[in-house]
Design a protein around this ligand. Structure first.
Ligand code: COA
Length: 180
């Protein structure tokens, strides 16, 4: 069975919390994940490999100051180590940014550790540029880059071959053909 991207459901919570703790020092409470899911279900996606969740991305839409456009914010993305370099993060980012744009976001931004070369390379491939450096952003004192890009995505990013990942957002496997 091929790897699909689909929206997060509450049945995925334990696995997503596990992936977050396994892959990142920035960990969140279950209630934080559920709060984002309830607010922006379109932009909380998982990669499902034959029924096994192996990666997630969680985002929200933020309103700027009065008169400024809505912005998409990538809160967290992680792929289990044994599933990396398959294009999963790229595909999750593309689908999440399409969802953020559909929700009215005119740009997308995120924070990344200055030492996180794989993630910075991923974001650059997706057209993000470093906007600024925030000193001591992380709890352990490391600096962050704020990276951003305008939306929507260009065709060359949208049309990049997906390496065995089916394009678009699929329904949950358990309820295919029905409503969640
Ligand atoms: N070294 C260098 N570049 C890398 C890389 C690595 N280890 N991993 C990904 N990239 C870059 C490459 O440009 C790659 O394109 P290519 O495969 O054509 O060379 C591009 O990202 C897309 O890679 P992809 O396979 O989609 O990434 P992934 O599924 O392996 O996930 C991360 C990338 C960063 C999400 C994953 O390494 C991860 O979960 N890391 C721990 C959590 C984390 O750091 N999250 C981001 C916090 S800001």
């Amino acid at each position: 069975m091929s790897l699909i991207l689909r929206r997060f459901t509450h049945q995925d919570l334990a696995k997503v919390v596990y992936i977050n703790r396994r892959c990142l020092p920035e960990n969140y409470s279950e209630s934080f994940f559920m709060q984002l899911y309830r607010s922006f279900p379109e932009a909380f996606l998982v990669a499902d490999d034959g029924g096994d969740v192996v990666a997630y991305i969680m985002c929200r839409v933020e309103r700027g100051f009065f008169g400024s456009p809505k912005r998409g914010h990538v809160i967290s993305i992680a792929v289990l180590p044994q599933h990396r370099r398959r294009g999963i993060a790229y595909a999750l980012m593309v689908e999440a940014m399409k969802a953020l744009h559909a929700l009215g976001a005119e740009e997308c931004y995120l924070e990344v550790r200055v030492s996180n070369k794989p993630a910075i390379s991923l974001y650059e491939k997706l057209g993000f540029k470093i906007d600024r450096r925030v000193h001591g952003y992380y709890l352990d004192g490391e600096d962050a880059y704020i990276m951003r890009r305008k939306l929507p995505l260009e065709d060359e990013i949208l049309n990049r071959p997906m390496r065995g990942i089916s394009r678009g957002i699929n329904p949950p496997r358990s309820v295919e053909g029905g409503n969640e």
